[in-house]
Design a protein around this ligand. Sequence first.
Ligand code: PMP
Length: 436
Amino acid sequence: PDKESKSQHLYSRALASLPGGNTRTTVFIKPYPIYAARGEGCRVIDVDGNGYIDCINNFTSLIHGHAHPVLVAAATKQLALGSAFGLPTESEIDLAELLVARLPGVEQVRFTNSGTEAVMMALKAARAFTGRPKIAKCEGAYHGSYDYAEVSLDPTPEAWGRNAPVSVAYAKGTPDNVLADVITIPFNDAEAAVSLIREHGAELACVLVDPMPNRAGLAPADKAYLAALRAVTSEVGALLIFDEVITFRLGYRGAQGLWDIDPDLTTLGKIMGGGFPVGAVGGKREFMAVFDPTSGKPALPHGGTFSANPVTMRAGLAAMELLDEAAFVRLDAIGQAVRSGIDEAFRRHGVPGRTVGLGSLLKIHFADRPVRDYRSAYPSEQEAQRAAIFNRGLLNRGVLAAGYGLMALSTPMTDQDIDTIVAAASESLAEVAASA
Ligand code: PMP
């Protein structure tokens, strides 16, 4: 580490006032994080003046890169009119109408401030509607930090159990009652999931599923798996919730449009806020009625001081309008180019591994086996070491990738940027090969 580094200096200062110098576990890296100074298109410049191609994009939440002029104009226009009111604004109707028009499973929308809150409200809505206590979610899938949603996020092989996934606490202090009320199902194993859902069916409020769960490996769900969840939830009277906080960036109609599956509730966040804090739960009118206050106290009262914040709504609307069908064609093409470029480099350097993902998202696995779910994605010690060398190699070549090997591409990336990313990945794979 460079003694003169401003990032290092900022981190030393942060250590006094923030636990571990940190306010988001996800952005912590050793020996100290790189502090961002500004962003421009697909580039980030750090406080020491180094530039990077940004493939983190604030953990998939930016699809137009940084400081897109149209988004800056939309947000600043609203800022000058006032940033928050104890009154509704037209902006929430505008954004809700766009989401309803695009997402087949969404007839009505409720805005929140984060994806965590969106998932929390969706689970509570399912409980309020069904009067049942339990939820089911996939092993290894991340859905934010609501107690119930984070169960079995990172079970180690010792905790896997012999057969079915088990519900294990992620955070210390998780009450046993929470674990008892969460049924953990395997991802992409329809038979096992259906049998667990049937077993607990009478007590189950909902099944929560991310069609391409990042932390569980970013393998896309089999269509048959999602179709089986759709059928069995209807059979047992539980709601099917798609967590599209990330996957909304896969297509104009989200993952539900791509897979052609109609969920009862959908959670959103990230890209739909245009770079500002956001979340939303949407769904069929029948279920969204739990939020409706017109006949007195709703089944599920929901407020939120900053929910449907007009700056977020205006920036979000501008971001979504820029994201037309042509933008998705381009994002699919650059995603495909990066995935095939890196896969080719794996072969060229004789390193076992592959990319997985769809559209503008990809993840790099150093696994010599198909990656289909949390357990097959789980890295061995050697694979984790290779991933660390690889990520360090990318960083040294000016490419930012998220931990766990995740990359999110953005609309301002040019063909030349794509070549730079693939070249950096290829050189980093050469380093991995040399380390073996
Ligand atoms: N669901 C999914 C699938 C996510 O990836 C995330 C965040 N990475 C969340 C929910 C939580 O969103 P937030 O960080 O906005 O609370």
